[in-house]
Every structure is written in structure tokens, then in C-alpha cells.
Design a protein around this ligand. Structure first.
Ligand SMILES: [Zn+2]
Length: 309
């Protein structure tokens, strides 16, 4: 399924449905889009703006549908409008006219990377003009809202069916923090898992992933330097059996950070993420089996079955 309009070339996202019977695992990749809308008149060269992308992330997790999970990927770049920010996280300095409701710019906006980015990577201004409020509103209506609605719909559907749902919010990170980050000059772990300091998922879910990737030989950090932002905050309510975790994978494990081309490690990371998903499928089954009245269906085809890209 695609979102926003009938033209697949302008859809804001793609939903990859399970190949067979679904499990209550949903992945989303909000920052891996490589399709640049015509009205994105960024000032710096495209190659610099693309440094902000989580290039390849949706492809790296592509084993998800074969295991019964759903994967939603954004098609547009995060620098155009950032799905992992709240709608009031707007920099008034970016706008040519007044925003109609109160704004609450976060630290991300101060860093130039709020809902609509003010700065490209390396601190270069992204625009040579102010944006009209109507332009930002249009980006919200055409890109942010449809993606968020699609993610909420599938999470709700799985939760309704299984009584619980687990969500992986999938990202990538530069190997070393840049000057604008919270950890400048510091080499990062291979994986950074973020549950907003224990608030967006059951601890066993994060532990399962941490243990699994450590066994594969990767280093793991928890909530440092990334705790998770809007998407896990919005969807993670462990008391309601809604578990949401942010996963950051270090880019140099699978690509050249400058050219964005896959490197020799790409196949290994892709294979290991597929193994991780298989481990998670088993984790889910065990968790659901512990529920008093619900079990995981693994036989009958589901009406939503069938992959659409
Ligand atoms: Zn990201």
C-alpha cells in the first residue's frame, strides 16, 4: 500500500505487508527516503543534503515481511519534513509569516533539525529564503500525516488482534558525532537502542535485541546518545502492551558515509538483521503464549496478506 494520492511516484510512504500470516511486529523507517519532492528547493548541493538520510535502512530490514512483520518506509527525505518530530517543533525563524497556533520548539529545533530542518549537515543553511507557513502546512498534510496515520493504523490493528504489539523504529547514525550532535567527536557503538530511558517498551524487548546483536559480535549502547524521539514517544505505552523501541545502526558497518554506496559489510548486516528479526519473532511468540487468552496465529492466511510495494 502507498500513501498520499493515486500517483505512486508522489506517495509519501510504502507499506510492505506480511508475506503470510502476520505477527504483531511492525517496523518503520522514517528517514530512508531518497525521492526528493520538486518543491524542495534546498540551497546546498544534493550530495550534502543527502548526508541527513538514513540511506539503505528500509532495504536492510527487508526480511521483515517474510517473517510476518509489517514494514513502513518513507519515500521522501527527512530534511524536507522530519517524521520523528512533533508538529509544534517548528522554528519560527524559518517562517516568512506567523504560525497559526503556539509553537514549542525543542532542543532539536535549536540544533537546526526540528520538524522542518533549518540546517543541512555541517551546519550549512538549508534554504536561502524563508518558508511560507502554508508550505510547511502542506508538507505536514501531504507527508507527515499520512505516514503517521498509516503507522498508527497498523499498530492498532495488530494490537486489536493479538492484545499486544511491538514496534521497531529503524534508523542509522554516523559513526562519529558531528559538531551539532550531543556527542561531538565521539565514536559510537555499532547499535544504539533507545526506549526513552525505560518508558516506551518492556525492558525484556530491548534486552532481547541487545543480547542478540551482542552475540553476533556488535557493540551496543542503550539510550546513549539517542534515546528515541517522537515516533517511539507517540507509540510506546508498555502498560497497554504497546512496545516501541528506536534502533540506530552505525552507517560505516554497511556503507561509505561520504558516497552512500554500500560497502563490503552490507551483506553481513542485512543477514544479521534478518537473524535478529527471526529471534524477535520467537520472542513475541513466547510473550504471547504467556498471555492468558491469546496465542499467536501461524496458520490461516490473513486478509491483509500479500506484499505490496
Ligand atoms: Zn533516522
Amino acid at each position: 500500500m502507498s500513501g498520499t494520492g493515486d500517483d505512486p511516484l508522489t506517495a509519501s510512504f510504502v507499506r510492505h505487508d506480511p508475506d503470510g500470516a502476520p505477527i504483531p511486529l511492525v517496523l518503520d523507517s522514517p528517514h530512508s527516503g531518497e525521492w526528493y519532492p520538486d518543491d524542495f528547493d534546498h540551497a546546498p548541493p544534493r550530495a550534502l543534503v543527502r548526508q541527513a538520510e538514513d540511506t539503505h535502512v528500509a532495504r536492510l530490514w527487508r526480511a521483515a515481511p517474510a517473517l510476518g512483520a509489517t514494514l513502513i518506509e518513507a519515500r521522501f527525505p527527512r530534511a524536507y519534513i522530519d517524521l520523528n518530530r512533533s508538529l509544534d517543533d517548528i522554528d519560527p525563524e524559518l517562517l516568512a509569516d506567523a504560525w497559526p497556533v503556539p509553537l514549542f520548539p525543542s532542543r532539536k529545533t535549536q540544533q537546526g533539525i526540528g520538524l522542518v530542518w533549518r540546517l543541512a549537515c555541517a551546519g550549512v543553511p538549508l534554504y536561502s529564503r524563508k518558508l511560507a507557513s502554508s508550505e510547511v502546512r502542506s508538507r505536514i498534510d501531504r507527508y507527515w500525516q499520512p505516514y503517521h496515520a498509516a503507522l498508527a493504523t497498523i499498530l492498532d490493528a495488530r494490537h486489536r488482534e493479538f492484545g499486544a504489539v511491538w514496534h521497531l523504529n529503524c534508523h542509522s547514525m554516523p559513526a562519529v558525532g558531528d559538531a551539532l550532535s550531543d556527542d561531538p567527536e565521539r565514536e559510537r557503538a555499532d547499535f544504539v537502542l533507545g526506549d526513552r530511558d525505560g518508558t516506551t517498551c518492556e525492558p525484556e524487548f530491548m534486552q532481547c535485541i541487545a543480547d542478540s546483536v551482542r552475540e553476533m559480535g556488535y557493540s551496543v549502547a542503550l539510550n546513549d546518545p539517542y534515546k528515541g524521539v517522537e515516533l517511539v514517544r507517540k507509540h510506546g505505552r508498555p502498560a497497554e502492551n504497546r512496545h516501541s523501541l528506536q534502533v540506530e545502526v552505525k552507517r560505516t558497518l554497511y556503507m561509505n558515509e561520504r558516497t552512500l554506496e554500500p560497502n563490503a559489510g552490507y551483506a553481513r548486516v542485512e543477514r544479521d538483521l534478518a537473524r535478529l528479526l527471526a529471534t524477535l519473532a520467537n520472542y513475541l511468540r513466547a510473550r504471547l503464549a504467556a498471555f492468558p487468552t491469546r496465542t499467536l496465529t501461524v496458520s490461516a492466511p490473513h486478509p491483509e496478506g500479500g506484499q505490496t510495494t
